[in-house]
Design a protein. Structure first.
Length: 559
């Protein structure tokens, strides 16, 4: 249910807040007062394309906020949960800002959402029917959905089963087409994958190999320098050249220090240190000589190592930044290759699956069609009965079934509503009904018989009374009041017969304040309602029109 609508800087509205109630909410006002602006704002907040022309002159942006109290529908709750939108006290707040530069921002309970998601959520909240916007009724593709909604308690399980089978059927056909439609491309892919796998396998890669190669290449590239430096150190430390070897200098001082080391601990410490230096020189020279034996500065070995590293780097450029990534890629494409090679087996399996699903679809769709035709009889009778109460006594309404050549998401039925509004006239598509008054009443009749199954809690009617008057208007008002027992109705009207049925009555006015035109909405008191309905009756308020207005309101309360 729509609890509150707040509009700021939208068209002629600078700041407006309306609190709606359950039941029948009526909005009236003079022609041009801005009734259509309210509908425009409602359409905008539930996902219509943003139009910066609605931003009030002199403002940077407009803002519309709608607060809904939710009836717990499992589908809507799942949608909200899946998108991280939390509910608090079963309340949903939709906020939309439209900037003068055309940018639009929508939020649901504070979470920014895109326009398509906003429209999806709005489908569960509100149904807006404008004077020229009976889209669902006037679009024959929607007729099957309306019929299914009417008979949902009988076919919902069957329809759900059909949709599951139909999705599996489409998925299998899509996969089969993908495999079969491009044999040349498939063969090309097989050859490419084989080449890549062979190129990687023949290299016999090992994780970490590239790092080891770089170390070895670095050593071999600097072998002459290493040998020169290390050999020089060995000579200076042990063999001697133009200088006395370091080991001899250490040894020369070791024995004298030994002779005096017993005098005190300091001298003994000197001796121990020099002895350690001698041992360390022996050790390091031995290790350096062993290291020199390992260095091979053969240029052919260096060339071989560099060639191997170049091969690895080339593979990196093609298949991954590291050897591990190359190996992972190889395993991945090997699985793809197996899928391609085994595709013949998959083709046979898919063909068998499709044949089986087609048989199942045929069986379910025939059952669906049979049930729909039974439901259609009740739908036809129920709609005609309601239309008679709306002063359309000569209407003939029927539902035409045609069998589709292909399976559709809803079975094999093509459904279209046909109607004749006068005796002797042939049945024709409902989409070709021309009279505004007839369209409004037919749409109201549909809403009446679908009221028990319609999941949308709030229905908006913009000038449902187009083309009707007198007793018919009275009947339409009573019918709106009847629907309002199970739905929240917000109705814009100019007929007193309909306005008198209101549970809540709001007056829309346009006023000029300091050279600015503003639209306001006021909830009317009982006395103000009498005056407004009197105005609707005759324009000029007289004792007679006010008396008549009171009688209409009193009569409506008794009904």
């Amino acid at each position: 249910m729509l609890l509150e609508l707040e509009i700021t800087n939208f068209a002629l509205i600078d700041n407006l807040k309306v609190e709606f109630q359950r039941g029948l909410n009526i909005l009236t006002g003079e022609t041009g007062a801005g009734k259509s602006i309210i509908i425009d704002a409602l359409n905008m907040v539930v996902g219509d394309r943003a139009d910066r022309e609605f931003v009030r002159t002199g403002s940077n942006k407009c803002r519309i906020q709608a607060i809904f109290s939710l009836n717990h529908t499992e589908d809507l709750l799942n949608i909200l949960n899946d998108n991280g939108i939390d509910l608090e006290d079963d309340t949903l707040i939709i906020n939309r800002e439209i900037h003068v530069n055309g940018r639009s921002v929508s939020r649901i309970n504070g979470v920014i959402v895109n326009q398509s998601f906003l429209k999806l959520v709005a489908e569960y909240l509100i149904d807006i029917h404008g004077q020229h916007e009976h889209q669902s009724l006037m679009n024959s593709t929607n007729h099957i959905h309306m019929l299914d909604a009417f008979g949902s308690n009988k076919i919902s399980k069957l329809l759900r089963e059909y949709k599951e089978k139909y999705k599996s059927f489409l998925d299998a056909k899509k996969e089969l087409n993908s495999i079969c439609n491009n044999i040349q491309e498939r063969e090309r892919q097989i050859e490419l994958l084989k080449y890549q796998i062979n190129e990687i396998d023949s290299s016999k890669l090992k994780v970490g190999e590239d790092e080891e190669l770089e170390k070895e290449i670095n050593i071999l590239s600097n072998s002459e320098r290493i040998i020169s430096v290390v050999q020089g150190a060995c000579n200076d430390l042990y063999n001697g050249s133009q200088y006395i070897p370091a080991i001899d200098l250490v040894s020369r001082n070791l024995k004298p220090l030994l002779n005096i080391s017993s005098i005190n601990e300091v001298l003994k410490g000197f001796y121990n240190t020099i002895e350690e230096i001698q041992i360390k020189i022996d050790d390091v020279v031995r290790e350096m000589r062993a290291y020199l034996q390992q260095i091979d500065h053969d240029p052919t070995i260096l060339e071989s190592l560099e060639s191997r590293l170049n091969l690895i780097n080339n593979l990196k450029r093609k298949y991954g930044n590291t050897i591990k990534e190359i190996i992972d890629y190889r395993n991945k494409i090997n699985n793809e290759l197996e899928d391609f090679v085994n595709s013949e087996v998959r083709i046979n399996k898919l063909e068998g699956m499709i044949n089986k699903l087609e048989i199942e679809l045929k069986d379910i769709s025939v059952k669906l069609s049979t049930e729909r035709k039974l439901i259609a009889v009740s739908f036809e009778n129920g709609l005609q009965d309601v239309l008679k109460t709306l002063n359309m006594n000569r209407v003939t309404f029927t539902i035409r079934f045609e069998e589709s050549l292909d399976y559709t998401p809803y079975g094999i039925d093509k459904v279209e509503f046909l109607i004749s509004t006068n005796i002797g006239e042939p049945l024709k598509s409902l989409t070709k009904v021309a009279s505004g008054g007839e369209i409004s009443r037919i749409m109201l009749a549909f809403k009446t018989i679908l009221a028990n199954v319609d999941k949308v809690d709030t229905l908006i009617f913009d000038e449902i009374d187009t083309g009707i008057s007198g007793n018919t208007a009275q009947i339409v008002g009573e019918k709106l009041r009847e629907i309002a027992e199970k739905h929240q109705i917000i109705c814009i009207t100019h007929l007193p017969q309909i306005a008198s049925m209101a549970n809540e009555h709001f007056l829309i006015e346009k006023n000029v304040v300091v050279d600015n035109t503003k639209t306001t909405v006021t909830r009317l008191t009982s006395k103000e309602r009498v005056n407004e309905i009197g105005r609707l009756l005759g324009g000029e308020l007289t004792d007679l029109t006010l008396k008549h207005a009171k009688e209409m309101i009193t009569k409506a309360k008794k009904n």
